[in-house]
Design a protein around this ligand. Structure first.
Ligand code: BDR
Ligand code: CA
Length: 314
């Protein structure tokens, strides 16, 4: 059997980030998580670093190395999303404060050191939040850029527009300068935009199936997702909320669930009106370099089958 793929999860938990981490931990045959690096995003860094450790402990992985990273975007003031995720970012269930330590090393240095240590082309970066840590790492140590196997991100939107402004998706909006560095780096990128994640609704039947697993970690996850979905249900009247970040991990496990196209993607960094917009050349109307595989369709039932199957292994 093939060796598990080595990944670093860069994240700003967030209930949907937590679901992505749980999915990765439920898939040890396919994925080896080398470390979890946190970034400010949904909530400030102190909370995302706390939350990542809570999720590790919840999943029975107190041995995981969690590193705190950037506490603010590269060139802008931090924008957070407590209106979606609650004050802590993991609002919903009652959770214990984590006992496991935070590593002393900064996320950016961990990313650099790991990419230099592991064989070239061995490490995949999975980004579930603003791209600040990756932008900083590429800026500080450009020699690591050609060593990255692939970067799979949740970020951006095109046909669905934005979710924090009419033009921009949250992760890219928070740090467009970092996103610009990443999209300009030349590494293989797979992008899970809102166009995909808005198809992954936490419909009632899906959450009920999840709840039937009955274990303590999944019970806490269900309570997180019930809190998380209330925002979209109230705002859009949808049947559940979009489970964004697990799409990244699901892609690594079952890429055949997703369909997309190799396109040019540029990031708007100048305009105030459209800051953080991902300008996707879906129709190839320019000769600009095709720098990302942009996903547009997903088999949502297949995705939830996978999620529930792997949650059952936690
Ligand atoms: C993204 O922003 C955050 O609120 C979610 O965790 C996800 O990563 C969706 O726009
Ligand atoms: Ca996130």
């Amino acid at each position: 059997m093939a060796k598990p793929r080595k990944i670093i999860i860069d994240t700003d938990p967030g209930q949907d980030d937590a679901a992505a981490i749980m999915l990765a931990f439920g898939s040890p045959e396919e994925l080896e998580v080398l470390g979890i690096t946190t970034v400010a995003g949904n909530v400030p860094l102190s909370y995302t670093s706390r939350n990542a450790r809570i999720v590790c402990e919840l999943c029975g992985r107190p041995d995981m190395k969690v590193f705190a990273g950037a506490d603010a975007p590269m060139a802008r003031k931090l924008v957070t999303a407590e209106h979606v995720h609650g004050k802590t970012g993991l609002d919903g269930p009652e959770l214990n404060e984590p006992a496991m330590p935070l590593q002393e090393q900064h996320s950016v240095d961990f990313i650099i050191e790991t990419l230099r240590r592991e064989p070239e082309g061995a490490v995949t970066l999975c980004t579930l939040g603003p791209l600040t840590n990756i932008g900083l790492a590429f800026q500080k140590a450009p020699d690591i850029i050609p060593r990255v196997r692939e970067l799979v991100m949740m970020g951006g939107g095109f046909f669905e527009g934005g979710n924090i402004t009419p033009a921009a998706e949250f992760n890219i909006y928070v740090d467009p300068e970092a996103a610009e560095i990443v999209f300009g780096s030349g590494i293989p990128i797979v992008m899970m935009p809102l166009d995909v994640t808005h198809q992954l609704l936490t419909q009632k039947g899906r959450i009920e199936r999840m709840a039937e697993l009955g274990t303590a970690p999944v019970k806490a996850m269900v309570e997180m997702l019930e809190f998380f979905e209330r925002f979209d249900i109230e705002k859009y009247g949808s049947d559940g909320g979009p489970l964004h970040d697990p799409a990244v991990i699901a892609y690594l496990l079952k890429p055949e669930l997703f369909k997309g196209r190799h396109c040019n993607v540029e990031i708007e960094v100048k305009s105030e009106l459209t800051a953080g917009m991902t300008v996707i050349d879906w129709w190839h109307v320019t000769d600009r370099k095709r720098n990302a595989k942009v996903m547009r369709h997903v088999d949502a039932d297949g995705f939830y089958d996978l999620l529930i199957e792997r949650f059952a292994r936690i």
